[in-house]
Ligand binder design. Structure first.
Ligand code: ATR
Length: 283
């Protein structure tokens, strides 16, 4: 039997995933005798794939579209973040072939911001409101992290008000600090904000542009787009041109991968320029 430590990502489709490139870079950087594979798994085969992980020698896997929600019912335990976000992106095979599911997206989001604006993360944006565009799965992860930072007010801007209301109702702690805006009154949500985060697909390569008037956004507000293709979205370009500090989305992708790598391969890896370059080459 091979001694190679085995991990991977399950998705359908999975060929677009940057995770093999990301983990592959760390495996060679730390000289670890391990593998990280892209495994194409159709939705109807997810249960079988997960139950077979231990027998196939996997230490664990990442999950990507469309498996993140379905996996909740297929693992033996779920961490607090996965419970709150309602999705799993990382699985660790534990003793007795038990599967531990977690969600590292909130961690990745805040660790990336900590790299760029550590003081703002530490003081929870000093009581200033934070504006979040979108109310899907990514917004749930972002809001989970912001709640844990102790932000005073989260302004959720979403096309479909009902979806934003559902996020507020189902994410513990959101009701005490959330205000809901539609896309029409979205520009008002930016007044006095200390942070603006885009979690929608708008501005991504092949999607419609993000058309939001930034006039009311304070000049010192940090603007963060979790979209990383393109690396500088139109939102970030406009924010940079008006003098706002900007943070692109690649760092969130890189940081969310750290807990899985550490659990499977025993090293807490660093996110540095070499990793950024290696992953960017796959875009
Ligand atoms: P994810 O899990 O990546 O967050 P998602 O759950 O499909 O993806 O959420 C996508 C987000 O982008 C939603 O907030 C969606 O708004 P709706 O809730 O109104 O659907 C937003 N979005 C997608 N296309 C949009 C568009 N053309 N205009 C405005 N918002 C859009």
């Amino acid at each position: 039997m091979s001694a190679v430590l085995r991990a991977g990502v399950l998705g359908w489709p999975v060929s677009h995933s940057l995770s093999p490139r990301l983990h592959g870079h760390w495996l060679s950087q730390y000289n670890i005798d391990g593998s990280y594979e892209a495994v194409a798994v159709q939705p109807e085969d997810l249960a079988g794939a997960l139950s077979g992980l231990a027998d196939e020698g996997f230490r664990g896997v990442n999950l990507t579209v469309p498996h993140k929600q379905a996996a909740l019912a297929l693992v033996d335990k779920i961490d607090d973040a996965a419970q709150r976000i309602g999705a799993i992106n990382t699985i660790v095979v534990e003793a007795g072939a038990r599967l531990a599911g977690s969600n590292t997206d909130a961690f990745g989001f805040i660790e990336n911001l900590r790299d760029h604006v550590p003081d703002q993360v530490a003081n929870g944006w000093s009581g200033r409101p934070v504006a979040v565009l979108g109310a899907g799965g990514a917004a749930r992860a972002v809001c989970t992290a912001l709640l844990d930072c102790g932000v005073a007010e989260i302004r959720l801007v979403n096309r479909t008000a009902q979806r934003a209301a559902s996020l507020v109702d189902t994410l513990p702690g959101m009701d005490r600090c959330a205000k809901i805006y539609t896309w029409v009154d979205g520009p008002d949500a930016l007044a006095d904000a200390g942070l603006l985060v885009n979690t929608t697909v708008l501005g991504m390569t092949g999607q419609a542009p993000l058309d939001l008037d930034l006039t009311r956004l304070p000049d010192d507000a940090t603007v963060h787009d979790i979209v990383y293709a393109p690396l500088e979205t139109d939102l970030l370009a406009r924010a940079r041109q008006r003098g706002n500090p900007t943070v692109d989305g690649l760092g969130m992708l890189l940081h969310q991968a750290r807990p899985g790598f550490r659990a499977w391969f025993g090293v807490d890896p660093v996110v540095d320029d070499g990793l950024r370059r290696a992953v960017l080459a796959g875009l």
